[in-house]
Design a binder for this molecule. Structure first.
Ligand code: CA
Length: 525
């Protein structure tokens, strides 16, 4: 682990009881985090469909560095959040899935370590780890998934209600906390949005923002999965088969007041009536859903972007920008119609890759781009390094501070281990693990009714629609990647069979239902 100038400063701090006023002040950390925000929806990443302009997120990249291959280790909400807090894979921090995992909040997390090192710490917005937050001086969170309108929230254990659009409210509360914080300490603020998570409910001001645009389609909107594993084709996350009435906005969004609902209906009702009259089927129906989905999802991102702008403006107004590292990211990527999908979970590029934009004045060079394999696993090490706090040896990632400076260590990783568990609900994505390199992915779908390997070659097949595993020309590549996968599994200490609970609490087809908890049985008797 290299020592940054702030790590050195941390050592000096530890050895001196009196801090010289001339010493640099430890940087503040502003972590702006969205849920299911994908690179294709951020203009800084240059998607060829040109779906949306995001000037404020782009500004972080322009004034700092854009990471082009920030990968997740388990592409789903709660597990990603647990990995960011702990710097550990799901099998090490115990949070495998969104169905039945509960975060063990007694374990080591980076906010606890920063709090112990004298940082003022706060988390505002989406938490989604079931147990109460620990390691924060202040927490003000959405219960569970949270609501898009008039959200009930929990402030340091007390239930409170808010009126308005949740993305705006999270920023209001974040700015309010920054105004009232203990100014004698540096801060860590995790400002975490619910948006643009399903059911993609836009702010009223963004209804019709796209003027009924017909969006360019991804090349794989009608992927037929020819030659692919049953694990890939037998999904339940397609625009053709899984899109619900709530997804399509044929049902009202929960918790709106009358005024909000009237404005909402004024936009959706005439368009829904036109849909019913036209009654599209087959590919036309998929196309209609794709365009509705893009209007709604991208509107949610637009609100996140505006609120990123508000946070950056506040830092400027308060003179905080110079000494604050701003990190903007998401818990995974998302499908915007690629392979005919919405949602996430897969090892394939769109859901594997999170956006990551970092601005750290004096450290990041404006307009920097980094294409190395980095990961959410690296975030806690990075935050600790930024603060000059010792990185615990049991964290499994690595500080990104050198990469922020534009210096990639010679021994930087060239592969990453991935493991997704949650099955069968929701979306019937079979558990799979694999190894990812710059060019290849070797994947094993292993449970419960499949035992298939696939090899993806992003250089030959950037859309990831072909499997090269059985192609004799790739025999040597497969052999090398199998060896690398074995090495990585040992390195990350996942060599055994995951516990049954890792997959959730729903039975697989044909599997006996799990026994009811003892407490419930006792009640019945
Ligand atoms: Ca998510």
């Amino acid at each position: 682990m290299s020592l940054s100038r702030f790590s050195l400063f941390g050592l000096l701090l530890a050895s001196c009881s009196v801090v010289n006023a001339a010493e640099p002040k430890r940087p503040n950390i502003l972590f702006i985090f969205a849920d299911d925000l994908t690179c294709q929806a951020i203009s800084a990443y240059g998607d060829k469909r040109k779906l949306l302009d995001t000037p404020h997120m782009d500004r972080i990249g322009k004034e700092g560095v854009r990471f082009d291959r920030c990968l997740v280790t388990n592409s789903i909400c709660g597990p990603s959040r647990a990995t960011i807090l702990t710097g550990k894979y799901s099998h090490m921090n115990g949070f495998y899935n969104n169905t039945n995992s509960k975060f063990d909040s007694s374990q080591q997390t980076f906010p606890k370590l920063l709090q112990g090192a004298g940082y003022s710490t706060a988390i505002i917005g989406k938490w989604h780890l079931i147990s109460d937050p620990t390691g924060f001086d202040h927490w003000h969170i959405l219960p569970g998934q949270g609501l898009y309108y008039n959200p009930p929230m929990i402030r340091n254990g007390e239930q409170v209600k808010h009126t308005g659009y949740t993305t705006d409210i999270i920023t209001d509360l974040s700015i309010e906390w920054l105004k009232n914080r203990d100014k004698s300490k540096p801060f860590l603020l995790m400002s975490q949005h619910k948006a643009p998570h399903r059911e993609w409910a836009p702010a009223l001001r963004h209804l019709g923002w796209d003027h009924d645009r017909q969006y360019p389609e991804p090349e794989t909107l009608f992927d037929d999965f020819a030659g692919r594993s049953k694990a890939v084709s037998d999904h339940d996350m397609g625009l053709d088969r899984t899109f619900t009435d709530l997804d399509a906005k044929f049902r009202p969004i929960p918790n709106m007041n009358e005024e909000q609902k009237n404005a909402w209906d004024a936009y959706y009702e005439p368009r829904n009536a036109a849909f019913r009259k036209a009654n599209p089927t087959g590919k036309d129906l998929v196309r209609w859903r794709y365009n509705r989905y893009m209007h709604d999802y991208l509107a949610c991102v637009k609100a996140v972007d505006e609120n990123v702008g508000r946070m950056l403006d506040f830092l400027d107004q308060e003179g905080l920008a110079e000494n604050t590292i701003v990190v903007c990211s998401s818990d995974q990527g998302f499908y915007l119609g690629e392979h005919g999908w919405f949602d996430k979970r897969w090892i394939f590029e769109e859901s594997l890759r999170s956006p990551l934009l970092v601005r750290w004045p004096g450290v990041t060079k404006p307009g920097g781009v980094n294409n190395k394999i980095v990961s959410l696993l690296d975030f806690p090490e990075t935050f600790l390094d930024v603060a000059g706090v010792k990185i615990p040896s049991d964290m499994q990632g690595r500080s990104l501070v050198p990469l922020c400076r534009g210096e990639t260590p010679a021994d930087w990783r060239t592969s990453l281990y991935y493991h997704y568990y949650e099955f069968p609900v929701p979306h019937r994505v079979r558990p799979h693990y694999g190894v990812i390199t710059d060019r290849y992915k070797l994947v094993h779908y292993y449970k419960p009714d499949v035992n298939d390997w696939e090899l993806l070659d992003r250089e030959k097949d950037p859309l990831e629609v072909k499997d090269f595993y059985k192609d004799p020309a790739y025999a040597e590549t497969v052999k090398e990647l199998r060896a690398e996968l074995d090495r990585l599994r040992k390195e990350v200490k996942e060599t055994g069979e995951p516990p049954r609970a890792a997959y959730g609490n729903q039975p697989f087809d044909g599997e006996p239902k799990p026994p009811e908890p003892a407490g419930k049985k006792a009640k019945k008797a």
